[in-house]
Design a protein around this ligand. Structure first.
Ligand SMILES: [Zn+2]
Length: 297
């Protein structure tokens, strides 16, 4: 946060503290929050159910399939919208069960029936036990002096889908917490990647541990250092054109450039100009639509 504050003014912080908000559910097993698609409570209920039923179809045990929220006792037979009457089922089980009471649907599987009925009544105990690390992070964020608010993972998802924002790492972060609107989000993202400042090892080894090659002792070659951000204007030849990226120096004076589009090898130092000195981080603007680079900072 301190580092980012040097780059941009930060007025407040929203932290995604929990996956789903049990406060918003108001003790779901007891008070019986009505489940409604498309509302925040609906998202919280869905995340809660996914956790409670281990993300599998309660009737056939199918994994990694889209799951529908399912009334154990159908609504047409006065089944409630309470969380204790909800489970998750795959599409085909959901359709096969239809309006049948669960006792009829699972008449041939008494063991599974008993298990589902028992699990439906058991509240998710550890839902309240939030990951201690996140609370430690929360305290650290507060210590920066910037106002901190918290939200839940389902709230993030709710905001993102309600506002029609694509799912990328950066935009997900922008959707955390209480949000009425998000303006001007369709802009490139500055991705900061920790690259280090090089290593001490000067001998490259083969897989048997024998020396394969030796690296130069000097970090600088012709005034350039690996990690510098460089622009190269090559007037002619196979690599003619303008290249911009992170340089890797070679003793020969012919460098490699890691650009946004790929690696360009063997660029003479004479065509290169430093834009930014290496500081142990790589900086790159990535378009909003891709998730190619995951920001570290
Ligand atoms: Zn199923």
């Amino acid at each position: 946060v301190n580092r980012l504050q040097r780059l941009a003014p930060i007025n407040s912080i929203s932290q995604e503290l929990v996956r789903f908000d049990t406060q918003a559910l108001q003790n779901p097993e007891i008070s019986g929050v009505a489940y409604q698609q498309g509302e925040l409570a609906g998202y919280e209920v869905r995340e809660y159910l996914l956790e409670k039923w281990h993300r599998i179809c309660a009737y056939c045990g199918a994994q990694h399939v889209p799951l529908k929220i399912e009334h154990i006792q159908p609504k047409s037979r006065s089944g409630s919208n309470r969380v204790s009457n909800l489970t998750l089922a795959c599409r085909s089980c959901n359709q096969r069960k239809g309006n049948q009471p669960i006792e009829v649907f699972l008449a041939h599987q008494p063991e599974r029936l008993r298990r589902i009925q028992a699990q439906a009544k058991a509240p998710l105990r550890d839902a309240a036990a939030v990951n201690a690390t996140r609370w430690a992070l929360f305290e650290q964020l507060k210590a920066t002096g910037v106002p901190v608010t918290t939200g839940s993972g389902s709230q993030t998802k709710y905001n993102r889908q309600r506002l029609g924002i694509p799912k990328t790492h950066a935009l997900d972060a922008a959707c955390v917490g209480q949000l009425t609107a998000l303006h001007g989000w369709n802009i490139p993202t500055l991705a900061i990647k920790a690259t280090g400042r090089g290593c001490y090892q000067r001998t490259r080894l083969n897989r048997f541990g024998f020396p394969r090659g030796y690296l130069i002792r000097e970090k600088r070659v012709k005034g350039f250092q690996t990690g510098d951000r460089v622009i190269a204007e090559v007037p002619k030849g196979k690599k003619a054109g303008t290249h911009l990226g992170r340089v890797a120096v070679r003793a020969s004076g012919r460098f490699n450039l890691q650009t946004a589009t790929g690696l360009v090898q063997g660029i003479s130092h004479r065509h290169c100009r430093v834009l930014q000195r290496a500081d142990g981080y790589g900086y790159a603007f990535t378009p909003t639509q891709t998730e190619a680079a995951r920001p570290v900072g």
